[in-house]
Design a binder for this molecule. Structure first.
Ligand code: PMP
Length: 415
């Protein structure tokens, strides 16, 4: 069972901001003391560079850094820890694949496929890649509920066979939408995509999934998986690209420089093996080191408890919002999908005004297009309000949100 009152004590931000109602964890999660402690431990005890020093300090830093790789590999069920590449986050991970693999395998008239609900960081790199290579950029639509039209049983006429062809080189999809909370049935989609085209490369944006559900890369059978530490209670500035070993082997390096080489000669340079081939320069050592503590926290709480807690809150939040605002609220996303996100608009009120007035009550939500302009265009709206829930939220937070929204409506409609 998750007890937010106990969990809150592990997040110092609540001690330092006594009235804080934080409903923006889909943007970035808060940081627990154990992670902060590990960050400080690195800087206070072994702030050396990794893999470069024949002395104890550097050896300790390297061991701590590499331990995170092991923890992550087991967390996502990677076959081998060398398939785990440290990056700055989801955005860098996806750009890495678009650059290092995309430019190698995508040719003129090939196809690159994404969906309309993607975050810009899983949309724009593919759009630009397709433009540069003269490939066709295909965008899978959603229905009005926010479910991909290719998903069976959503009464759409479209199927994956209409989208994926033998010319499709890349299929890049989010596991969970950062706006609608839609959970894409990726396992079935990937299986079907591989039946249509066995050579397809599947890239999964798992930024919104890893803190909320078990992600198993072997079970999904994707080729790449990208996520960020900061959305799962880890430090800002560290992220993961997991890739199947064979795929990573065939790719160009992403950046050239220190630690990613094998031999440098005036005539020619050869590159290091995995994972160093993709980790040029000095990485964010403290962030990577502390990341494992966040994973351990999630593992200690357990995904079934986390999911149940978040679903209960989202269900209640949606029901209460509908009850109180009725026809004056539009809630977006699948009605029966209760992930951790509630996105809505109050009729006639601009999301930025709403968020700003909520801030006066110490309620933090996100307002805007949430880096999903194509999705907002699909719904014919410029922006929306998003409340997202996590392990430290409870029903008091829903109450604070609703009270704040009632005040905002009163102030804005009488302004
Ligand atoms: N994909 C999704 C689904 C996201 O929600 C986000 C962050 N909002 C990103 C990608 C980008 O993550 P980051 O900013 O950590 O690179």
């Amino acid at each position: 069972m998750i007890d937010p009152k106990i969990i809150k004590k592990e997040f110092p931000v609540f001690k330092n901001n006594s009235n804080l109602v934080y409903l923006d964890s889909a943007n970035t999660s808060l940081t627990p003391q154990i992670v902060i402690h590990k960050l400080v431990e690195y800087y206070e005890n072994y702030p050396a560079n990794i893999k470069r020093g024949i002395y104890s300090l550097s050896e300790r830093a390297t061991a701590e850094f590499e331990e995170t790789r092991k923890v992550i590999a087991s967390f996502i069920n990677a076959k081998n820890k060398k398939e785990v590449i440290f990056t700055r986050g989801t955005t860098e991970s996806i750009n890495l694949v678009a650059y290092s693999l995309g430019r190698k395998i995508v040719n003129e008239n090939d196809e690159v496929v994404v969906s309309v609900l993607e975050h810009h960081s899983n949309f724009v790199p593919w759009q630009v890649l397709a433009q540069e290579m003269g490939a066709v950029f295909k965008v899978i639509d959603i229905n009005d509920e926010g479910i991909l039209t290719i998903v069976k049983d959503n009464s759409s006429e479209v199927s994956l066979d209409d989208v994926i062809t033998k010319k499709t080189k890349i299929l890049a999809l989010a596991y969970i939408s950062n706006v609608l909370g839609t959970v894409n049935p990726l396992k079935e989609i990937i299986k079907k995509a591989r039946q249509i085209n066995p050579h397809i490369v599947v890239v999964v944006d798992a930024a919104q999934a890893v803190a909320h559900r078990q992600v198993d890369v072997q079970d999904l059978d994707c080729d790449f998986l990208a996520f960020s530490a900061h959305k799962m209670f880890g430090p800002k500035g560290a992220g993961i690209l997991w890739g199947k070993e064979q795929r990573l082997e065939e790719m160009f390096p992403f950046q050239y420089g220190g630690e990613m080489i094998e031999q440098v000669k005036i005539e020619k340079t050869t590159f290091a093996k995995l994972p160093e081939k993709f980790e040029a320069g000095t990485p964010s050592i403290a962030d990577v080191t502390a990341f494992k503590e966040a994973v351990k926290l999630i593992q200690k709480l357990g995904f079934s408890n986390i999911q149940k807690h978040e679903k209960d809150l989202v269900k209640k939040a949606r029901a209460q919002l509908l009850h109180i605002f009725g026809k004056d609220i539009n809630i977006y996303g699948p009605q029966n999908e209760f992930s951790s996100i509630v996105t809505f608009n109050l009729k006639g009120l601009h999301p930025h005004d709403v968020a700003s007035l909520l801030n006066d009550k110490h309620v933090c939500i996100r307002a805007g297009h949430h880096c999903t302009m194509p999705l907002h265009t699909r719904f014919g709206i410029p922006a929306s309000c998003r409340a997202s829930f996590s392990i430290y939220n409870n029903e008091d937070d829903i109450e604070a949100l609703i009270k704040g929204l009632l005040t905002a409506r009163k102030l804005l409609t009488h302004a």
